[in-house]
Design a protein around this ligand. Structure first.
Ligand SMILES: NC(=O)c1ccc[n+]([C@@H]2O[C@H](COP(=O)([O-])OP(=O)(O)OC[C@H]3O[C@@H](n4cnc5c(N)ncnc54)[C@H](OP(=O)(O)O)[C@@H]3O)[C@@H](O)[C@H]2O)c1
Length: 275
């Protein structure tokens, strides 16, 4: 066991992509020791000093020992498949401090009942879909490593702009609810979870204001002069994700809670995935 104070324990960003990159900056700015992994560090970790880069692939157990002993871990890619996550979790258990896993609100099944509209609010006690590989992986990490699991809504921010999803026809007006979180807030929440989350607990992560795509498209037209190209016939109700546990238990104060205020400042979108 290490005798270091928590602030001296290094944090490893496992998979420093869109969110992990912001997390790395946030931790570095706070003066905390932080390292980042990639399957291809030379190409993908140009923002990380050489000595803080770790080559890591879940699929290659010979790379697991590259992780420092007794670090905190923030896991930033889908924790699947279970056949790999389970042996890795067993490897990690005696060697890791705190583990935070970035999961998804897709863990909650969508209500198929046409009568349930608007859809009910979902808190962390709502049933999860254990047939999903990433949910199996997240639950395994909770059991084996006491991991804190964040069930995250759609991530947006610079380079991932919902206006572009409308512009390019990926989404169109429909009565389906969507839940979102700005990546800057998400990075701060990951840090709050590491510092104040209860090991083994689950927290929903969203800005707390579910909106329908029709509402967002209407705003895009009125404020940004943007006409939706897709006629979206998606008749599913979507979900309404409750974020009270995140706000109260993690003492989170969102800095960018208002989607409509944030949209104006976002750049064009080269990738823009939403799951
Ligand atoms: N995008 C959304 O709207 C959304 C919504 C809810 C939840 N989430 C979840 O939130 C997490 C963070 O999302 P994000 O968009 O920031 O992720 P991201 O940009 O895809 O970054 C994750 C990084 O992890 C690394 N990685 C992927 N598979 C790996 C593997 N098998 N072994 C080792 N490293 C691996 C990749 O980096 P290298 O290629 O450099 O190795 C990848 O860039 C993900 O779990 C995502 O599924 C996303």
């Amino acid at each position: 066991m290490t005798s270091e104070q928590p602030s001296h324990i290094p944090t490893v960003i496992l998979g420093a992509g869109y969110t992990g990159r912001r997390l790395f900056s946030l931790l570095a700015q706070a003066g905390r020791p932080v390292l980042a992994t990639s399957r291809n560090p030379t190409t993908n970790l140009e923002f990380v000093p050489d000595h803080l880069r770790i080559p890591f692939t879940l699929e290659d157990p010979t790379k697991w020992s590259n992780l420092p002993y007794r670090a905190d871990l923030i896991w930033c890619f889908p924790a699947q498949p279970l056949q790999l996550v389970k042996p890795f979790a067993e490897y990690l258990r005696p060697r890791v401090q705190r583990v935070v896993v970035l999961g998804s609100t897709s863990a909650y099944g969508v209500s198929q009942e046409p009568s349930s509209y608007p859809p009910p609010w979902l808190d962390e006690t709502a049933p999860i879909d254990m047939s999903r590989p990433r949910v199996q992986g997240e639950e395994c990490l909770r059991q084996e490593c006491n991991a804190i699991v964040l069930r995250i809504a759609g991530i947006y921010g610079p380079g991932r702009n919902p206006l572009d999803w409308i512009r390019t026809g990926r989404v169109g007006p429909s009565s389906k609810y969507v839940n979102l979180i700005h990546v800057e807030d998400l990075a701060a929440i990951c840090l709050a979870a590491l510092e104040r989350g209860v090991p083994g607990e689950v927290y929903n992560i969203s800005d707390g204001v579910p909106r329908t795509w029709s509402e967002i498209c209407r705003h895009a037209a009125e404020r940004h002069g943007l006409r939706a190209v897709a006629t979206d016939h998606d008749s599913s109700p979507g979900k309404r994700i409750a974020n009270a546990k995140m706000i109260n238990a993690l003492s989170v104060q969102l800095r960018r809670p208002d989607l409509f205020e944030n949209l104006a400042g976002l750049g064009l979108d080269p990738i823009g995935p939403i799951r």
